[in-house]
Unconditional design. Sequence first.
Length: 214
Amino acid sequence: MDTTQRTDQQRSADRRRRELLEAADRVVLRDGPQASMNAIAAEAGITKPILYRHFGDKSGLYAALAKRHTDALLASLRAALDAPADRRERVESTLDTYLAAIEARPQVYRFLMHPTEGSQSADQGFDVGKHSMPLLRTMGEELATVIEERLDLGPGSQQLARVWGHGIVGMMHAAGDWWLGERPCSRAELVRSLADLLWGRLAAAGDKMGGPGF
């Protein structure tokens, strides 16, 4: 098989994989954590063995969907962090971007973070932590990089930036999970409250770049 044939086959496989993920997205938006491989295969117009051939099992499909949605969320968070605004506005925009994403697609969020919620037929051996924790860690490292680049934290800045990055992501995740389930206040109120919580040493740190900073 020559290179052209391999390239065409790879493009076809990539296109088919995207189509299957889009079908999975539609089922997840409808069924949330109870989305099943049977329902996803039916939505895609294929048999379950063919779905397994592409993703291996539910865990493989979950990992592919998680990457798809996490990549989109990270792109949105980067845009919020890079927006031309002062530091408080950037902090609030970043918090709001995350909360707006889980609010807009709560079924997707629950599927990714609580995949066995309300399901009596969860796959044996399916471990949400295997996939959800790396997602949160990726966001934590991303934020840590931005903090280290933008703020003058003095000695031990790299370690402190990582502590802050993972701590802020953990706060966003825990607070967002609670808020999405109970809706005790508006999203704007939650954003302001979380930003107030952060507004201690973060506000006092000097800027490295001379502009509005992080």
